[in-house]
Design a protein around this ligand. Structure first.
Ligand code: TYM
Length: 349
């Protein structure tokens, strides 16, 4: 069901082409974003912002699912920081709707209705829930119903395309299943969305364990795990130069081990070179040269993002005004869809 980019311009029913409605979001937990978030999602959002009718959200309600980990003042500032990073990475608030999930009541309201049509078994099968539940002594029901809130996020905007990294594909497929079930029970109400993942770097792996994906929560606990978008050049040097690789010299992608494949992928997508050119560049030089090449490119890519981020964070009132305008624009789309949903199930004034 998911396809890789580019799958941008959907044919309209009259045969003309229209800009497909896009929705995506990021969770403000465990500090700010890493290179996986950037390459798996954000970079593509920015690259295609002219071809799509896009709505992007900072999904702060999703951050409440592990309440023990929530520090209210940190959550508020991380939410603003993630919005600033969206803009610093090039997302233009004039060309996209950008808002904070909790600024609208529609998401929570729609979630309740969708909860009522979602079979429990579907939620127990979600791999992210299973992994998180295994890692904890007890879990709240919010963690289990997290994908239903995500379904509400997506369905409230008549979304056709959801650009995400590979780890979110299962949640988008669940969203589609929930929409199909709702439509069957209550009549045609929801547009059916599909996930779109990037061709390369849909799953950026951890530097310190290339068999696991780069993750915000582990990055918060372990130095050297991730490449943080706000890491200083000194921190980047330390984490990238000590990335786990095997002891060989193989730089051909297909033959290399997972750590080298991960570094080659990062190099290839940041340089926009074909993979064969990236392989040839480091052939026979040992992995130190590959790490150095990745480090240089990462520092060069992040420097302007970090500079813009610092500037934006100096003007929090301006950021808040942009997000307030975004919330109004989002509400103008979501409120009529929620009204449609309520009418379909027979509730509301
Ligand atoms: P979150 O905040 O964990 O991640 C944000 C985006 O980054 C992608 N991503 C990665 N891509 C490649 N490699 C990685 N190592 C990597 N880690 C994360 C994710 O796939 C995602 O696209 N449940 C979602 C947030 C959400 C959402 C939504 C997304 C809530 N509602 C509606 C889309 C539509 C999440 O926790 O993403």
């Amino acid at each position: 069901m998911s396809v890789t980019d580019p799958a941008l311009v959907a044919p309209a029913s009259d045969g003309a082409t229209s800009r497909p409605r896009v929705f995506s979001g990021m969770k403000p937990t465990d500090g700010v974003l890493h290179l996986g978030n950037y390459l798996g999602a954000l970079r593509g959002w920015v690259a295609h912002q002219d071809e799509r009718d896009s709505v992007f959200c900072v999904v702060d309600l999703h951050a409440l699912t592990v309440p023990e980990a929530v520090d209210p003042s940190v959550l508020r500032s991380t939410t603003r920081a993630i919005a600033a990073l969206y803009f610093a990475c090039g997302l233009d608030p004039e060309r996209n709707v950008v808002f904070v999930q909790s600024h609208l009541t529609e998401h929570a309201e729609c979630t309740w209705i969708l909860n009522c049509v979602t079979p429990l078994g579907w939620l127990h099968r979600m791999t992210q829930f299973k992994a998180q539940a295994e890692a904890r002594e007890s879990v709240g029901s919010g963690l289990l119903t997290y994908p239903v809130l995500q379904a509400a996020d997506i369905l409230l905007y008549d979304t056709e395309v959801v650009p995400v990294g590979e780890d979110q594909v299962q949640h988008v497929e669940l969203t589609r299943d929930v929409a199909v079930r709702f439509n069957r029970l209550f009549g045609d109400t929801f547009v059916l969305p599909r996930a779109v993942i990037p061709k390369a770097a849909a799953r950026v792996m951890a530097l310190d364990d290339p068999t696991a994906k780069m993750s915000k929560s582990i990055a918060a606990e372990r130095a050297g795990h991730a490449i943080g978008l706000l890491d200083s050049p000194a921190v980047l040097k330390k984490s990238i130069m000590s990335a786990v690789t095997d002891s060989g010299r193989e730089t051909r992608f297909e033959q290399a081990g997972p750590g080298v494949r991960n570094l080659l992928t990062i190099y290839q997508v940041l340089s926009n070179e074909p993979m064969a050119a990236a392989e040839a560049r480091f052939e026979g030089q040992g992995y130190g040269a590959l790490k150095k090449g990745v480090l240089e490119l990462v520092v060069e890519t992040l420097a302007p993002i970090q500079a813009r981020y610092t500037e934006l964070m100096r003007e929090p009132a301006e950021l808040d005004a942009i997000l307030a305008r975004g919330a109004e624009q989002a509400r103008a789309i979501a409120a009529p869809v929620l009204a449609r949903v309520k009418a379909a199930v027979g509730v509301g004034a």
